[in-house]
Design a protein around this ligand. Structure first.
Ligand SMILES: [Zn+2]
Length: 49
């Protein structure tokens, strides 16, 4: 599962494969250098015994 990222300026979301194309961590849309990583909540399986 790939992590998602969100730009701190234009708030667009993008995958980490778009992030790897650019040198350093920058928004591929506006070039802003503050990026938030969005982690999807993991689904835990709870067994009721
Ligand atoms: Zn941006």
């Amino acid at each position: 599962m790939a992590d998602k990222y969100r730009c701190g300026k234009c708030w667009k979301t993008f995958d980490d494969d778009k992030l790897k194309v650019l040198p350093g961590v920058r928004c591929p849309y506006c070039g802003y250098d503050i990026i938030y990583m969005i982690r999807k909540p993991t689904i835990k399986v709870i067994k009721a015994t």
